[in-house]
Design a protein. Structure first.
Length: 231
């Protein structure tokens, strides 16, 4: 993967970035996403934010080697602190991090959100707490996607601020649009997870008998939901 050829995962993320957007890619690593999208003429400007020095330098290098310093600002900052008011950001991508990390970044940076930005999120796990944050903060999920690449399942969640939405616990767990679409890759992911959770549950039940009740109950509830889903 590089700024010319994105991974299939980042290509699917890229497809959710509107033409003419001003994108803040937070946790940009090498900056491949903003560089590729500016090169393709999709973005009018971008910010690549990185909290760690080594990926920050790598993003600076990608931008410099492509001669895009005027259009892409690379900033060493944590989360949404990379965004400045006159950047005029219209889309924010947070990809390749845990869902809880993405949630914490959004929550800590709330003051920097105008509410007009499209959020393009690609969590690695922790989708449920992330969807919960979106619902609690007035975002509607209008696109969800799941893909299988290099033995991993990746979720993409795209949301925009809207009138309040109320998702059920199952919708927060599986994704409201994933649940509707029931794509083959979605069902395959949950078949795999059901097997893993059933195995954990059996181990728990054997070993515990009076152990951490909450985890056991949560696991039983999830196994129930997944079994109902796959019926
Ligand atoms: C696994 S990489 C993903 C890179 C790229 N977004 C992708 O999806 O391929 C995660 C990146 O997020 C950065 N990161 C983690 N927490 C961050 C934060 N609070 N603010 C900015 N960047 C962060 C890490 O330094 C790392 O470079």
């Amino acid at each position: 993967m590089n700024e010319h050829t994105l991974s299939r995962r980042l290509e699917r993320v890229a497809a959710q970035v509107p033409a003419g957007a001003r994108l803040a890619d937070i946790g940009s690593d090498h900056g491949y996403l903003p560089v590729a999208l500016v090169r393709r003429g999709v973005l009018t400007a971008a910010v690549a934010g990185e909290v760690a020095e080594t990926p920050f330098r790598a993003a600076e290098r990608s931008v410099r080697e492509n001669g895009l310093e005027r259009l892409i600002k690379v900033r060493l900052a944590s989360g949404l602190a990379a965004i400045e008011p006159n950047d005029g950001i219209t889309a924010i991508s947070l990809c390749g991090m845990g869902g809880e990390t993405i949630r914490d970044i959004l929550d800590a940076g709330k003051a920097r959100l105008t509410g007009l930005e499209r959020l393009i999120l690609q969590p690695n796990g922790g989708e449920q707490p992330l969807r919960q944050w979106l619902m609690d903060n007035g975002y509607r999920i209008f696109h969800e996607e799941l893909l299988h690449e290099n033995r991993f399942y990746y979720e993409i969640i795209v949301a925009e601020r809207s009138t309040p939405v109320a998702y059920t616990p199952e919708q927060l767990y599986f994704g409201p649009l994933n649940l509707q679409a029931r794509s083959p890759v979605f069902l395959a992911k949950w078949q795999r997870l059901l097997r893993l959770k059933q195995r954990t549950l059996a181990g728990f039940e054997r070993a515990l008998r009076g152990g951490p009740e909450d985890r056991l109950r949560a696991l039983e509830l999830q196994v129930g939901w997944i079994s109902a889903l796959l019926k």
